[in-house]
Design a protein around this ligand. Sequence first.
Ligand code: UN1
Length: 497
Amino acid sequence: MINDLMQRLGVSSQQYQGGDYAVTSPTDGSELGRVAFESADVTQGRIDRAQRAFEAWRQVPAPRRGELVRLFADQLRRHKDDLGRLVTLECGKIYQEGLGEVQEMIDICDLAVGQSRQLFGLTIASERPGHHMRESWHPLGPIGLITAFNFPVAPWAWNAALALVCGNSLIWKPSEKTPLCALACQALLDAAVKEFGDDAPADLSQVVIGGRESGEVLTDDRRIPLISATGSTRMGREIAPRVASRFGRSILELGGNNAMILAPSADLDMAVRAILFSAVGTAGQRCTTLRRLIVHESIRDDVLARVKKAYANVTIGDPMDGSLVGPLIDGQSFDQMQSALGKAREQGATVTGGERLLEDQYPEGFYVRPAIVEMQEQTDLVRSETFAPILYVMSYSEFDEALAMNNDVPQGLSSCVFTTDVREAETFVSALGSDCGIANVNIGPSGAEIGGAFGGEKETGGGRESGSDIWKSYMRRQTNTVNYSRELPLAQGIRFD
Ligand code: UN1
């Protein structure tokens, strides 16, 4: 099956077979392929070629660059099922979500195509007569992309689609756990390049299959002006100072610890559906997963009963077979989940669920029942992100207290309130409300559309990707003052004669 799939996606067998690093499927531990990790020298060579590709690509007019991204989106539409299936096989998320991830790629491509005709700057009033002042946006350089296993294709596309229309070349180091998805995306982009014609340079986009050293080659090379990295806060802590020490820029999209405040006036049916999708969807392995439920004390028992009932009906199993929850990525992730649940029990919490399932059928697949953990208070355990389906439930009495709990974690990615009280809703999204990059009302914290800026504050890293004006991150800003007069007046009225 994997061979047919890879063939249809245009990946040659030598690319994913014959190496010595085994790529396994989290669904059942079966081997999907064997890739070879490249050496640091090979990665260096890629940077040389990416630099040359950039020098050619920046000369192609931006709307024409948009045409390449349009062709790429066509490829994605044509191969949506196959790529969605590969996402499911390689990272274990259910097929519906695999398809959703590919749709997210298509959406950002569409946005980028439009953007390719709108890379405009400002004209600014000059204080001097006979002078024009304006702001121009120019291509930046080869962009280094580092992505995580849980979204093996979409975050690359958020960066790649915009970076390409902005006139940059790309070097992508995917997670070691999901190299096949990266090879497939690269093959689809190569097919689009072929259709596009000769004005797309060779090596416009490259994939680095490698380990940590390859990542370090990218972060340390001054020819790469921007590193965009998605992953853990621990990873971000290593990358950020390395890039900063050479004055490179970075876009960091790191851990989240996303909460829902559930107020007494909320539509509870809607809230429970939102909790279910955002807490157990993707087996709790989204950076935007709902991890903390802060519920008003007056409705706590009712909500808990409803949420437990909804959890009991969730189907867990083969992500290709219509289950709602697939496996965790690996045994290590399972161990981390168990360790967090153990600590919660020590702290006196009541834990429902969390146990391993289907072990006989899949000895190498780590399926778990999503856990609900009733806490007395928000402890340091709750403040740290465990990348697994654990929902900590805590209660509040005053709205201000709930808001303070929402913000009292090191991470600042996503958040939401369920309420029909306009004062609470508007306070939550005000300057005094949620301190996160994403703050929603009557919508769960996960599943953002690509039109907005995506990312968060504090230990989430401060980066933003996707829509809004994020294209500017992939360009360099230049201020131009043009004197069309016959005089040379100095700014600030300075006389120098
Ligand atoms: C991630 O988990 O790294 O908002 C990205 C969401 C998705 C992206 C998640 N659009 O949940």
